[in-house]
Ligand binder design. Structure first.
Ligand code: ADP
Ligand code: ZN
Length: 215
């Protein structure tokens, strides 16, 4: 099953996507992770995109389209995949439409208050990428990853000024993407409020997936 998870920055896309990936044994493809890895490795591509990531600006469509097109053509994606953070613009959605068929789009609805709170408290392990939240999921030892002992840092784009910009960008650029998939009747809206246990939302997502599988 070919799936897309849409939702604002800090909306928890990554968490849902990796759960689905485990449950259904299909790869989790996060364009943000791929791009950050390239930056870390200081590859040619990484040098090209670093500035965009730091500013919280979108990387040009041609670059991400190429990355995703290549990734989903690999053998492990033939039974399906979960896209996280892509497509983010209408041009990306149209480019994707030309190379594959999407079965379901999960649209996470999260309030702005929750997003800002989550992003400002988010810390990431420099070595293994594990994600922490200073309030809800703090590491045992301050500044140190529980899993690998790596250093925890705050993403450049998780600073408050940049968060606002990313949220604006999301509304402007990604709303047309949601509308595009609504037109194809592929969208399942999930209200992802802080108080709701994640298993409850996962249940809704799996239900929508099963419906799609038997339809
Ligand atoms: P978040 O969803 O929290 O903003 P991501 O890890 O998905 O974080 O993305 C981080 C950054 O990577 C974005 O701000 C943008 O610069 C770049 N990026 C990721 N996916 C895309 C995409 N589909 N198109 C353009 N830029 C992207
Ligand atoms: Zn770690």
């Amino acid at each position: 099953m070919n799936l897309i998870i849409l939702g604002p920055p800090g909306g928890g896309k990554g968490t849902y996507a990796s759960r689905i990936s485990e449950e259904y044994g299909i790869p989790h493809i996060a364009t943000g992770d791929i791009l950050r890895r390239e930056v870390n490795e200081k590859s040619e591509l990484g040098k090209k995109v670093e500035d965009y990531l730091d500013r919280g600006a979108l990387v040009p469509d041609e670059i991400v389209n190429e990355i995703v097109k290549k990734r989903i053509s690999e053998p492990d994606c033939q039974e399906g995949f979960v896209l996280d953070g892509y497509p983010r613009t209408l041009a990306q959605a149209k480019a994707l439409d030309e190379v594959t068929e999407i079965d379901l789009v999960i649209n996470l609805e999260v309030s702005e208050e929750v997003i800002i709170d989550r992003l400002t408290n988010r810390r990431v392990c420099r070595d293994c990428g594990e994600i922490y939240n200073l309030k809800s999921m703090p590491p045992e030892k301050e500044g140190v990853c529980d899993k690998c002992g790596g250093e925890l840092y705050q993403r450049e784009d998780d600073r408050p000024e940049v968060i606002k910009k990313r949220l604006r960008e999301y509304v402007e650029r990604t709303q047309p993407v949601i509308d595009f998939y609504r037109g194809k009747e592929l969208v399942e809206d999930i209200v992802a409020e802080e108080e709701r246990p994640i298993d409850e939302m996962m249940g809704e997502i799996y239900e929508a997936m099963e419906k799609g599988l038997t339809a």
